[in-house]
Design a protein. Structure first.
Length: 192
């Protein structure tokens, strides 16, 4: 199943997959960010075994910044949530400077930043640059390719009709999930 299919299953049952952020005024808001597939699948497994939807991933108010980063950043300044974005050229420039020009915006950087933030940490730019350099060297462990495709490829089932096979498997999986985890309406009735 792809993330869109998994998120559809989650939405119907109230299983969180959107990351939420706390703000200094006490409000908690859903962000545009979503959890990665392994985290969402762990929530689905938990739901299937306990019936509990669990709590969304939450970014602490201490590391959320609504304002833009300052124009001049230093290596010991912190990389706060919402500050890592391509439009903040000073952030990207500093990270390139700290990595001798090797830093590139991409999945490794985004996954790494979210790992810090969801642990309640806003790393310094120096810390983030060091962590990015290490993560980039082992990015195959950090980024997970499409497992279904690789499994089918290994077993000789990933030919020109692979997408049709994937869709059939996803349809079957969703039907099974709907059967074992029906949606309960407000009045208590179950929908499959």
């Amino acid at each position: 199943m792809n993330l869109e299919e998994i998120r559809g299953f989650c939405s119907e049952r109230g299983i969180p997959y959107r990351i939420v952020a706390e703000y200094p005024n006490g409000k908690v808001k859903a962000t545009k960010d979503a959890d990665r597939k392994p985290i969402v699948l762990a929530r689905v497994r938990r739901y299937l075994t306990t019936g509990q939807v669990g709590q969304p991933t939450r970014i602490s108010a201490q590391i959320v910044r609504e304002e833009n980063p300052p124009a001049r950043l230093e290596p010991r300044d912190r990389l706060y949530y919402r500050w890592y974005a391509k439009e903040f050229e000073g952030v990207i420039r500093l990270l390139r400077d700290l990595t001798a020009g090797r830093f590139r915006d991409g999945a490794v950087a985004r996954v790494l930043a979210m790992q810090f933030w969801t642990r309640g940490e806003a790393p310094t730019f120096e810390e983030f640059a060091r962590s990015w350099t290490k993560a980039k060297a082992g990015e195959d462990r950090l980024l997970t390719p499409e497992y279904a495709y690789l499994t089918d490829l290994k077993h000789g089932r990933a030919d020109g009709d692979w997408k049709a096979l994937r869709k059939a498997k996803a349809k079957s999986a969703l039907e099974t999930l709907r059967r074992i985890a029906p949606v309960r309406a407000a009045d208590g009735r179950l929908f499959r």
